[in-house]
Design a protein around this ligand. Structure first.
Ligand SMILES: *Cc1c(COP(=O)(O)O)cnc(C)c1O
Length: 236
């Protein structure tokens, strides 16, 4: 990774984020930039620190654990986000190594994470992944069931549900994502009205390299950005 390119990419992403925040009349403190590092190695992750990028998103457990081991002491300089689909038998390992899990999509996983929380003696922060678009290839709770799902999840004392996450279908046109993001925001508000979750209910993880500006306009509090930071040639 060319360091000058990296610096330029981060600056460009930050400028666009600020532009979108301004359009939406929102404050920079209300937005977390998660750098999705699934395309790059541990050394590239280290290069993010001087730019103040401290939130890291990984979608594969084994790869992430290896990178964390390479970073060793620096691991704790970052906040780690697990954004990939998660096997139930990996729940404990993910709970141990990550600060926020974006991909809670079924009750069996919620129960496994709850169990892990007892073993690890740690409350586990989670986002409920919603399949807003209904694409068969996508993971996530059906929008019609997300309220009931939330109600079950919050009975598990080891879990701390803090919001919702979604992925829009891929499109070259960022506007195509807008209805998906708007719907996620509505579901988020609906849970707030129906269940009064309190101030911990505050995150909307939506928006990737191709559509993060639209996501911010629609209320994203977390954007997950990979290729716009690490280069268009990167493959996931
Ligand atoms: C890869 C990935 C991203 C980042 O995608 P880019 O288009 O490279 O920004 C965001 N979220 C999830 C869940 C991903 O798997």
């Amino acid at each position: 990774m060319n360091l000058l390119v990296l610096a330029n990419n981060i600056a460009a992403v930050r400028a666009k984020i600020n532009e979108a925040l301004t359009v939406a009349g929102r404050h920079p403190e209300d937005l977390t930039l998660v750098a999705v590092t699934k395309y790059v190695d541990a050394l590239a992750i280290k290069e993010l620190l001087p730019h103040g990028v401290e939130h890291i998103g990984e979608n594969r457990l084994q790869e992430a654990v290896k990178k964390q081991a390479v970073l060793s002491d620096l691991k704790n300089s970052f906040t780690w986000h697990f954004i990939g689909s998660l096997q139930t038998n990996k729940a404990r390992q993910v709970a141990a190594g990550f600060d926020l899990i974006h991909s809670l999509d079924r009750m069996s996983l919620a129960e496994a994470l709850h169990k892990a929380s007892q073993t690890l003696n740690k409350e586990i922060s989670v986002l409920i992944q919603v399949n807003v678009s209904g694409e068969r290839t996508k993971h996530g709770v059906d929008p019609a069931e997300v309220g009931a799902f939330y109600a079950e999840v919050r009975k598990l004392s080891g879990l701390r549900p803090v919001g919702l996450m979604t992925m829009a279908p891929y499109s070259d046109d960022p506007e195509a994502s807008r209805p998906v993001f708007r719907e996620l925001r509505l579901l988020f508000e609906q849970i707030k009205r129906d269940y009064h979750p309190g101030p911990q209910w505050r995150e909307l993880s939506m928006g990737m390299s191709n559509d993060y500006m639209v996501a911010i306009e629609e209320g994203a509090t977390i954007v997950r950005i990979g290729s716009a930071i690490f280069g268009a040639g990167t493959e996931g």
